[in-house]
Design a binder for this molecule. Structure first.
Ligand SMILES: [Ca+2]
Length: 123
């Protein structure tokens, strides 16, 4: 776990040192560097590979390209994010804390929508 944090921090530091915007990184290059600050990010496969989806907002439906296909995540939002099996936040699966990342064991290939916790910190 600590090694992953160090690796991600290193990538972010490198990108920042090069003066690049994280959102400007080519989507063709799969990896955690695809995830912009403030976004909730999903990848199709383990290890931040395959199709990529991210948003800085609540998403009522991730769309046909990503529906039930997410395996890796990185929550770069400042709040815990709740994930749901169905569109429009139906079928709560669980939640991921701010700055959590990695393989999604309990929501692998099932997420259809996600949103930040409410003001009370609840899904
Ligand atoms: Ca689903």
């Amino acid at each position: 776990m600590f090694r992953n944090v160090a690796r991600v921090t290193g990538v972010v530091t490198l990108v920042a040192a090069l003066g690049l915007s994280l959102s400007a990184v080519s989507p063709a290059v799969a990896g955690p560097e695809q995830c912009p600050e403030g976004h909730f990010c999903l990848w199709e496969h383990a290890g931040y590979k395959g199709r990529f989806f991210s948003s800085p907002h609540d998403v009522p439906n991730v769309g046909p390209d990503m529906n039930d296909k997410s395996t890796s995540h990185w929550n770069r939002m400042d709040k815990r994010v709740c994930v749901y099996d169905h569109s429009r936040y139906r079928g709560l699966l669980g939640s991921y804390g701010s700055n959590s990342f990695g393989h999604m064991d309990f929501t692998h290939d099932i997420i259809t929508s996600f949103r930040r916790v409410n003001a009370e910190g609840r899904c």
